[in-house]
Write a protein that binds this ligand. Structure first.
Ligand code: TYM
Length: 333
């Protein structure tokens, strides 16, 4: 039995990108033999300033959504990161193992810091070390993510290797990313070359997992396309990023291959395709959105689920991180 770990930031509302690229996979992995640990990474969230009340609300909101998507707290461990101190303790050790040059190469830091890197928080810079600690604190070996996180996972392997080398041990195992093929990178509805993101200033660029049927319908109708009809072959979509993205979403949400979708719509304009795409999305998202609201109606029950999860998570992480501290040379507490 392997251990699976993944996380999501409780900032903003989860998008269709989060769902198709990661959450859907998390739910499916619960059926495997492996032990699943899913984390609301609130320590990561504050690398950009968050209003305290909003962070609390969004953490509950994200917990409710994960449960509504099918994360089952009886089978998986679901918790918020700040409740298990082992993450921050191991992250500090990793801050001292990782090299400046490694972190400077992280493309997500460059994207998120924007032009004024001097004004970014130092937390944003060392964020990948915390992410490595999240995984290694559990000796997890499988990590389901979208492909924007792959560079961070490579770094997590580099950190583990250097730790093992520096202290002459084989303590942290290698980790393997689990990436879904057709939905590893869901793109913006306004620009097919940009990732769909909760932090994009335009709400029209994304489908939120809480959008109403009307909003989904309207966003898909307005989604950017090009004037040519849908082609017969997938390779003809190569230079048409918006069309390729919509066909990818259609395929994933209806459980088909892009090839099967094109077989059905080849030669037609985007009108009927978009109508059916909106219908499929609504059929999928509306029940999730309804269940999310039901979970949010009982915040006490929600908090209890997270507390139980944190308790179970700490029972795994505590001895591993205590051993890492011993290896480093800290006296026992
Ligand atoms: P976050 O919160 O940005 O996103 C959560 C998950 O959603 C995936 N994702 C996407 N997949 C496909 N298309 C998209 N447009 C899209 N947008 C987001 C992400 O790849 C991710 O899997 N650093 C992580 C959270 C994290 C983590 C971890 C993940 C912290 N510690 C340990 C794995 C293991 C993040 O910011 O994800």
């Amino acid at each position: 039995m392997a251990r699976i770990f993944s996380g999501i930031q409780p900032t903003g509302i989860a998008t269709l990108g989060n769902y198709l690229g990661a959450l859907r996979n998390w739910v499916a992995l619960q059926e495997s033999e492996d032990e699943c640990i899913f984390c609301l990474v609130d320590l990561h969230a504050i690398t950009n300033f968050q209003e305290a009340a909003a962070l609390r609300e969004q953490t509950r909101q994200m917990a409710a959504l994960l449960l509504a998507c099918g994360i089952d707290p009886a089978r998986s461990i679901l918790f918020h990161q700040s409740a298990v101190s082992a993450h921050a303790r191991l992250a500090w050790i990793f801050n001292c193992v990782a090299r400046m040059g490694w972190l400077k190469r992280m493309t997500q830091f460059k994207d998120k810091a924007g032009r004024d890197q001097e004004a970014a928080s130092t937390g944003l810079f060392v964020y990948p070390n915390l992410m490595a600690a999240d995984i290694h604190a559990y000796h997890a070996t499988k990590v389901p993510v979208g492909d924007d996180q792959l560079q961070h996972l490579e770094l997590a392997n580099d950190i583990a290797e250097k730790f093992n080398h520096d202290f002459g041990v084989a303590f942290f195992p290698r980790i393997e990313p689990l990436v879904l093929k057709d939905s590893a990178r869901v793109m913006s509805l306004r620009d097919g070359t940009k990732k769909m993101s909760k932090s994009d200033p335009s709400d029209q660029s994304r489908i939120n997992m809480t959008d109403t049927a009307d909003m989904i319908d309207q966003k898909i109708r307005k989604a950017k396309t090009d004037p040519a009809p849908l082609p017969e072959h997938v390779h003809d979509l190569a230079s048409r990023p918006e069309a390729r993205n919509l066909v990818g979403i259609f395929a994933t949400i209806t459980g088909q291959t892009p090839h099967q979708v094109l077989h059905h719509f080849a030669g037609a304009g985007f009108g009927p395709f978009k109508t059916q795409l909106a219908e499929a999305l609504i059929a999928h998202i509306e029940p999730i959105s309804l269940r999310t609201r039901q979970y949010l109606d009982d915040p006490t029950a929600l908090d209890q689920i997270l507390k139980d999860g944190a308790h179970r998570a700490a029972a795994i992480a505590e001895p591993i991180v205590t051993e890492a501290e011993r290896l480093v040379g800290f006296l026992s507490r």
